[in-house]
Design a protein around this ligand. Structure first.
Ligand SMILES: Cc1cc2nc3c(=O)[nH]c(=O)nc-3n(C[C@H](O)[C@H](O)[C@H](O)COP(=O)(O)O)c2cc1C
Length: 435
């Protein structure tokens, strides 16, 4: 298939994206540190022709014990192993612009791009968890606006470094005795507000030129950043209207940055609970809820929004005086706005918030049959709300099998999803598939 088609990215977290996913009878939690398990799943989604898989990352342990395994592997290390076990699937690694340095990141992603032959992507994050600061010295967490300011210069430097070798600088002409044409390898001599970097990079130009840049920026600063730099963006996925509004804001931010309106592929959150009847799917969702523990909400509120709520009971509503305005929140600001809305408009207690967050950190919770999901996917796509979806599964392996065996064939029959990979790099696949 050529032209416009739905993109699917797997948010690969094998303990499950639902808080209680690891407790499901079929979940292979004992294998969650076994690289063979990751290779098996990566090959499965590649056989199903997904665009990419994605490894999230944080730099501090999350306070609830059930969340302590959220960042099991350093993403670039894990994806290097998956790069040599697969051939086509895109590999999206998360790395932080707040706690890393541009030279190291440019080098690591250039390496992954060479190892994977043009399939590397960088999920650019500014790391919102305040606990991470304590793992990198004594300075407190940088403010939200400063993190994005630093991120912009960081990405500028990385892009200059990727461009510091021309594509034909590596000559390797044995007869002429020319290994590298040094006229085509240049220092970047960057001197800025946050970084001084001379360059050039130690690796020749990556096969994609620039590995794909992915981001999730929902706040005003986040959207401006995305408009300037991102090739793909994670979007909220709870309601069609909300996603349509988000996507049009992103398209406008992209145009304001002087880029083509559709330059960014919008990938909405999708966390489906599927069964052959709606009734059965609801039952599975209810079972997952029964297996969950609501007290994770205290750790999430602290880590995401800086709120200390231990004195508030689970069945209480957070008192107004403890709720800051969104622009005072230094962590996950956009998610806070959604939670604030639920507290103010729907009177959510802490237990309601816990339930709301247990299914998927990023929203897009869907309960129903494969046919219903295929209809919803098609409807969102036809409406122009999305270019694709970021699939978070509540647990493994059954929900992935149902998605591949029962949802994708419906989309293929409708001509909305590929049957084969086209030749080319990940960047080319995203460019060709974007509306
Ligand atoms: C699907 C998705 C995946 C994300 N993955 C990570 C991650 O791996 N590490 C991280 O620190 N932040 C992650 N984030 C958070 C974003 O980087 C960003 O902080 C968040 O979307 C809030 O943006 P804002 O501060 O502009 O509101 C993710 C967000 C979404 C929606």
């Amino acid at each position: 298939m050529t032209g416009r088609e739905i993109h699917f990215n797997l948010f690969m977290r094998l303990q499950g994206n639902h808080l209680a996913g690891w407790r499901q009878p079929g979940n292979r939690i004992a294998e969650v540190l076994d690289i063979d398990y990751y290779i098996e799943i990566a090959r499965k989604v590649e056989a199903a022709k997904f665009d990419s898989l994605f490894i999230a990352d944080g730099l501090s342990i999350i306070s609830h014990p059930w969340k302590a395994l959220s960042w099991l592997f350093e993403p670039l290390t894990l994806l290097s192993a998956l790069a040599v076990s697969t051939k086509h699937i895109g590999l999206i690694a998360t790395a932080s612009t707040t706690y890393a340095d541009p030279f190291g990141i440019a080098r690591a992603f250039a390496s992954l791009d060479h190892i994977s032959k043009g399939r590397a992507a960088w999920n650019i994050v500014t790391t919102f968890h305040p606990e991470s600061a304590a793992n990198f010295g004594d300075r407190p967490q940088l403010e939200h606006v400063t993190r994005y300011d630093r991120a912009a210069e960081f990405v500028d430097v990385v892009r200059k470094l990727w461009g510091s070798w021309d594509a034909d600088a590596l000559v390797a002409d044995k007869t002429a005795g020319t290994l590298v044409d040094y006229r085509k390898v240049r220092a970047i001599d960057h001197r800025g507000k946050y970084f001084n970097v001379r360059g050039p990079l130690t690796s020749p130009r990556p096969p994609q030129g620039h590995p794909l840049l992915v981001q999730a920026g929902a706040s005003a600063s986040g959207q401006q950043f995305a408009g300037t730099y991102a090739d793909a963006i994670y979007a909220p996925g709870d309601h069609l209207d909300q996603t349509l509004a988000f996507t049009s804001q992103i398209r406008e931010a992209t145009e304001r940055a002087g880029r083509p309106r559709n330059a960014i592929a919008v990938l909405a959150a999708l966390c489906p609970v599927l069964a052959d009847t709606e009734q059965k799917a609801k039952q599975i969702a209810e079972e997952l809820h029964e297996l969950s523990s609501a007290d994770h909400v205290y750790g999430s509120m602290r880590s995401w929004f800086g709120l200390e709520l231990e004195a508030i009971g689970l069945d209480e509503r957070i008192p107004d005086e403890l709720l800051p305005e969104p622009n005072e929140v230094q962590g996950l600001r956009s998610r806070y706005e959604q939670i604030l809305h639920l507290i103010r408009e729907r009177n959510y207690t802490l237990r309601d918030i816990a339930k709301h967050l247990e299914g998927s950190n990023d929203g897009g919770y869907f309960i129903g049959t494969p046919e219903q999901l295929a209809d919803r996917i098609g409807q969102w796509w036809e409406a122009g709300a999305v270019d694709g979806f970021n699939l978070s599964l509540p647990y493994y392996d059954e929900p992935l099998d149902i998605f591949i065996d029962e949802v994708l064939p419906i989309l293929r029959k409708r001509g909305q999803f590929r049957t084969e990979y086209a030749a080319g790099t990940l960047r080319e696949r995203f460019r060709d598939g974007t509306s």
